[in-house]
Design a binder for this molecule. Structure first.
Ligand SMILES: [Zn+2]
Length: 204
């Protein structure tokens, strides 16, 4: 993981949320470590994830952000790559306004209408810090983990080369397969241990 601190004098987002400390969780190619650009200009799987405190920390079921993050973490763990985590809550309107929007949603507004009603645009997220983080890690091009064409276009507009898309459904499937493999390996490890124990008991 790497975390960054941006100067508070220059707000990096057009939204209301503070994004002064973006961070990145990554798994570099095998055998590579150290502080430098660990991906050596390679193509990497990347998810650009916006913080969702309500679901990720408090377990709110209103959205599936937590699930998306967990799927991405499993996928990156299996296949390598990076999750760029940006502090822009509620599509960039910030936590306090998001909670206000939730109250409106309880009164029957949908997500977009609630944000519009509060005087915000549909989506205030911005991704200005992403190219710098990719550069820091040495990621040349990305396989973007997202189903959101607006996010892809926003990143491309910032000069990020999106090689392919990793569909969330594929990532989800692969994460499930990885999990099955791991639990199978665990079971095997456990039965090996049991065998060992049986053998050692037998030799006693
Ligand atoms: Zn969410």
């Amino acid at each position: 993981m790497r975390a960054y601190k941006l100067p508070s004098s220059s707000p990096p987002t057009s939204g209301m949320a503070t994004a002064y400390e973006p961070c990145v969780l990554f798994k570099a190619p095998p055998g590579v470590s150290g502080p430098g650009p660990v991906f050596a200009n390679a193509v990497a799987n990347v998810r650009v994830h916006s913080q969702c405190l309500t679901s990720e920390v408090f377990g709110s079921q209103r959205c599936d952000c937590k699930e998306q993050l967990e799927v991405a973490m499993k996928y990156i763990n299996e296949n390598g790559g990076a999750i760029i985590y940006l502090q822009q809550e509620g599509r960039g309107i910030g936590l306090a306004n998001k909670v206000k929007a939730y109250q409106l949603q309880d009164d029957g507004f949908d997500t977009v209408d609630a944000n519009l009603h509060l005087g915000f645009g549909e989506d205030l997220r911005d991704y200005n810090v992403v190219p710098g983080i990719l550069e820091d890690l040495g990621i040349g091009k990305i396989n973007l983990m997202s189903n959101n064409p607006a996010k892809r276009m926003a990143l491309q507009a910032l000069g990020v080369t999106v090689e392919t898309k990793v569909r969330e459904s594929r990532a989800r499937r692969e994460a499930k397969r990885g999990e099955a493999r791991r639990s199978e390996a665990k079971r095997r490890g456990l039965s090996d241990k049991l065998c060992e124990r049986r053998v050692s008991t037998a030799t006693l």
